[in-house]
Design a protein around this ligand. Structure first.
Ligand code: ZN
Length: 907
């Protein structure tokens, strides 16, 4: 830890002029670019990618496995003095995650100096004085990060990377020299190496089949699939964490370029600028830098007679969370291109009549200012994609080389602007107050921000602000810091503009509309309306340490209480169950012990319980309280019911579901074990013998029922649950099992179980109701806490926020209960008014007061319907407990349901 006050202010102001000076020089055409040292390259004997692969990169029908890519990249690193290859770490499935650093020899020999330059330009508080600022802007080189195949079915860019690497390592032409002497390239040949193998191996199996290049039955990342590019503010995935560390702590690039592919029938390539709307937190110099590079890409493509280039369409400049968009909020010029795809590596032929527009600035495939040279149709091959991508990569690098000082000076200006704005206008920062009953949750949120480069201060003592006293341990996130755009974008509520089409329907955003982190995570925070007071006892965290859990009075304890609020407590329940320790849930609050509230858990302080709880509490920041004395036993014995995690089966369709993957990740990271169930496992029946709870992730009813069609994939993966699977699931519930349905799978359950409810939103046009990826207010209905299902609400406040991603809402049928006596009750409703917290909502009246979470009794069992995704992308920590609670049993499955009723209070 270093003291924050003082150091912070010393440098901030006096270096402000430099960036403008540099910009002026650049605009006046004054060339101050110094030629680097003569580059020998040292690339003797360096094999070309073609020689390594045995075919030209991008050849028809050829995909490469990661071991070959990694071997090649490492060989280049060993043989070329222009290239240094670094393994950032291991991937989710233990493959090397590589970056090749490319520049001229002199630069490669002194990379630490380049890193220091970037760190100082991104944070002028680290500069000694103005002279140093001027010198670094003059001397430094733009650092350009290029990331490939984060989406593994978009196969071309790993080949593009191999070829670009070879060109730069061996080329001696003026254009290559210009790039080497004036830029530093960080080339990531794949941002998802595991997926390179998953895709290549599947592709081989499909060759010559009707589904060649299609029909993949698994996600191409173990947990995230396509959502690898939705994790960049949350850092749930190992790959994101590795690159994020490099981005914001080690290299701090100037420009980032993430290479993608899109559908086949539109433009041949999209290059920036992006489409509306514009996120208000992105610095204008980032946006204009995007224009500049995009224009240079389009210009370069036109110069090489490449047709079908689309600009200013489809991909918005609003969304946060992707590999290009989080860097944009770190003052980096974040670029994306999207090329038309082939079928993995199999070429396609498109007639002119098959070529289409889409939406959002690209209504048809006709000539337009942003589509100046439509492609006429014909064959489209993987090699075409590689060619287009190589031109774009080189265009980015050569532009960065030519505008070197301008880009570097801009970095300084943007960080200076962020610091000054945060110092001079509200919000001056945010206060994050840990919940004393669950301090680990606030720490978890603050850690994510810290790990994306945000300065975090923590109170070493209590302090007073606006008449409120904040305790020791309170976090303060000052707005006056270089990456203020990211901090502000994470902490404030998003207000997505009402963008309607001419027919009144909603124009969908590119991805989601809102992502306010404290609302996603259920953490209390407030903006600072006054400047930070230097007298506050705040210290900047230089290394983030999670709060140690508390294990109080375990030595003398008779019983141990696990209070009700903690998200991570589920790991303790799982471990206690595993160790055979009996856990009971309090159904009545104890008057004497505030920790023994309704929903808290109690165990006897036997040695097996201690052995589980002590290390777990420490690791996960849990607060566990030992209770001694005469009354202790009654905390366990009276006013409690048994509690344990059920034996969980998680449905996994062969049509891969990202939600299923995220569900696995959330369960595994919280210590909850489960068994994966494929269609055949469910169709095999006898489910009650093996499972207490079966979870259907958010998958459409059609996919659950029908799965892949004939000739869409290998026959082994064709079909879904069908009638047979549905019958077995009904029997499972009838005989006492619990079916937990997440979001879209509720439609399957409603069709299968015919409960006395209706889904009220899905039939509405988007002119009547629309809520794309937004955060909504919910409320616990008056009687829900007295329901036998009240345990579902444990650890939840009465007014939680929930994520809504074109999700569902339920209403009871007017006639109420159904003839078979099956009852439905709402455990959580959408708020009656002011539903929208962050994002976009049209037609509030359609959802206000409707049910968001329902429990249905069916036979001896039950169906739990989550209208919203409680574990969305592993980001909605605030509603994780709702999901975990739905996996818990408060009765012995062999006993009659009557025992599920909480015992009458005997206080
Ligand atoms: Zn993509």
């Amino acid at each position: 830890m270093t003291t924050w006050v003082g150091r912070w202010r010393a440098v901030g102001r006096d270096v402000r002029v430099v960036g403008l000076m540099v910009l002026a020089l650049a605009l006046a055409g004054v060339s101050t670019i110094a030629r680097g040292q003569e580059v020998a390259g040292g690339s003797a004997g360096l094999m070309s990618p073609e020689a390594k692969l045995g075919y030209r990169p991008g050849a028809d029908g050829k995909l490469v496995e990661w071991s070959t890519v990694a071997e090649y990249v490492r060989e280049v690193g060993e043989r070329s003095r222009r290239v240094e290859v670094v393994e950032l770490g291991r991937t989710t499935e233990d493959r090397p995650y590589l970056v090749a650093i490319v520049s001229n020899e002199a630069t490669i020999a002194n990379l630490d100096r380049a890193k220091e330059h970037q760190a100082k330009l991104h944070d002028p508080r680290k500069l000694a004085d103005q002279d140093e600022a001027v010198r670094i802007v003059k001397e430094s080189k733009p650092v350009v990060l290029i990331t490939c195949t984060i989406h593994s079915s978009e196969t071309a860019s790993t080949f593009t990377a191999m070829e670009l690497l070879h060109e730069l390592a061996t080329g001696d032409d003026p254009a290559t020299r210009e790039i080497l002497d004036n830029t530093i390239l960080l080339l990531v040949p794949s941002a998802n190496p595991d997926g390179v193998d998953i895709t290549a191996r599947w592709y081989e199996k499909t060759k010559g089949k009707p589904w060649e290049g299609d029909g993949m039955p698994v996600l191409y990342h173990k947990y995230a699939g396509h959502d690898t590019n939705r994790d960049w503010f949350m850092l749930n995935l190992q790959e994101t964490r590795l690159l994020t560390r490099m981005l914001y702590f080690e290299w701090l690039p100037t420009i980032t370029y993430d290479i993608h592919q899109m559908g086949s029938t539109g433009a041949r390539i999209f290059v920036p600028p992006f489409y509306e709307p514009q996120n208000p937190n992105i610095h204008p110099r980032v946006t204009q830098g995007i224009f500049l590079i995009g224009a240079h890409m389009a210009w370069s493509l036109a110069s090489e007679r490449k047709q079908g280039v689309l600009t200013n369409a489809m991909y918005d400049n609003w969304w946060n969370g992707g590999c290009r968009t989080v860097p944009q909020r770190h003052n980096m010029v974040g670029i994306l291109t999207e090329s038309a795809s082939v079928k993995l590596a199999t070429p396609i032929f498109l007639e002119k009549s098959q070529l289409k527009g889409a939406t959002r600035g690209f209504p048809n495939h006709d000539l337009a200012v942003n589509f100046a040279d439509p492609w006429p149709g014909g064959w489209w091959r993987l090699r075409d994609i590689v060619d287009y991508q190589l031109i774009c990569a080189r265009a980015t690098l050569s532009l960065a080389a030519r505008y070197r000082e301008c880009f570097q000076g801009n970095l300084l200006e943007m960080s200076r602007d962020a610091i000054a704005t945060g110092e001079n206008e509200p919000p001056y920062g945010w206060v994050v107050t840990p919940d004393p009953a669950d301090p680990a949750r606030a720490a978890r949120m603050v850690r994510i921000l810290h790990d994306t480069g945000i300065d975090v201060l923590q109170a070493e003592d209590e302090f007073t602000l606006g008449g409120h006293t904040y305790s020791k341990g309170t976090y303060v996130l000052p707005a006056s810091q270089p990456f203020r755009p990211h901090l502000k974008d994470m902490m404030e509520r998003q207000v997505y503009p009402n963008r309607l089409r001419s027919d009144g329907t909603a124009e969908p955003p590119y991805d989601v509309a809102g992502w306010t982190l404290p609302l996603l995570m259920g953490v209390a925070s407030a903006p600072l309306s006054e400047p930070l007071d230097p007298s506050w006892p705040l210290t900047k965290l230089t290394k983030f340490e999670a709060p140690q859990g508390r294990v109080e009075g375990l030595e003398t304890a008779k019983v141990v209480l696990i209070p009700a609020r903690e998200v991570e407590a589920v790991a303790a329940l799982a471990a206690l169950n595993q160790a055979g320790v009996e856990v009971r849930r309090r159904v009545v609050a104890s008057a004497d012990r505030p920790e023994a509230s309704v929903g808290s858990w109690v165990v006897r302080a036997v040695s097996s319980a201690r052995e589980v709880l002590e290390p777990l509490a420490r690791e996960r920041g849990l607060r566990v309280v030992g209770v001694a004395g005469d009354q202790a036993d009654s905390l366990f014995e009276r006013d409690t019911q048994p509690l344990r995690l059920g034996r969980i089966g998680l449905y996994k369709p062969w049509k891969p579901s990202m939600d299923e993957g995220w569900t696995r990740l959330v369960l595994e990271t919280h210590g909850v074990s489960y068994t994966t169930l494929h269609d055949a496992d469910i169709k095999g029946g006898n489910l009650n013998e093996r499972f207490d709870v079966i979870v259907l992730p958010s998958v459409s009813a059609a996919t659950i029922r029908d799965g892949w069609g004939l000739n869409e994939t290998d026959p082994a993966y064709v079909g879904g649950l069908g009638r047979e699977g549905q019958t077995h699931l009904r029997r499972f519930v009838n005989e006492g099992g619990r079916l937990v349905c997440l979001e879209n799978s509720c439609e399957f359950a409603i069709a299968a179980f015919k409960p006395p409810i209706v889904e009220v939103l899905r039939s509405l046009k988007s002119s009547e109701f629309y809520g794309p990826g937004s955060i909504f207010r919910a409320q616990v209905p008056a009687k829900a806490r007295e329901s036998p299902f009240a345990f579902l609400l444990d650890a939840m406040p009465d007014d939680p926020t929930v994520y809504f991603s074109r999700s569902l809402a339920f209403a009871l049928r007017p006639e109420g209960g159904d003839p078979r006596g099956n009852a439905a009750e709402s455990l959580l409703d959408y708020a009656l008014r002011d539903v929208l917290e962050s994002g976009w909502l049209l037609g509030e009246e359609k959802i206000a007061g409707r049910s968001a979470l329902m429990a249905l009794r069916h036979g001896k069992g039950e169906v739990i319907l989550f209208g919203f995704p409680p574990q969305f992308r592993g980001q909605t920590v605030g509603t994780f407990r709702l999901f975990f609670n739905a996996l818990m049993l408060t009765r012995d499955q062999n006993q009659d349901r009557q025992t599920a009723k909480p015992p009458v209070s005997r206080s």
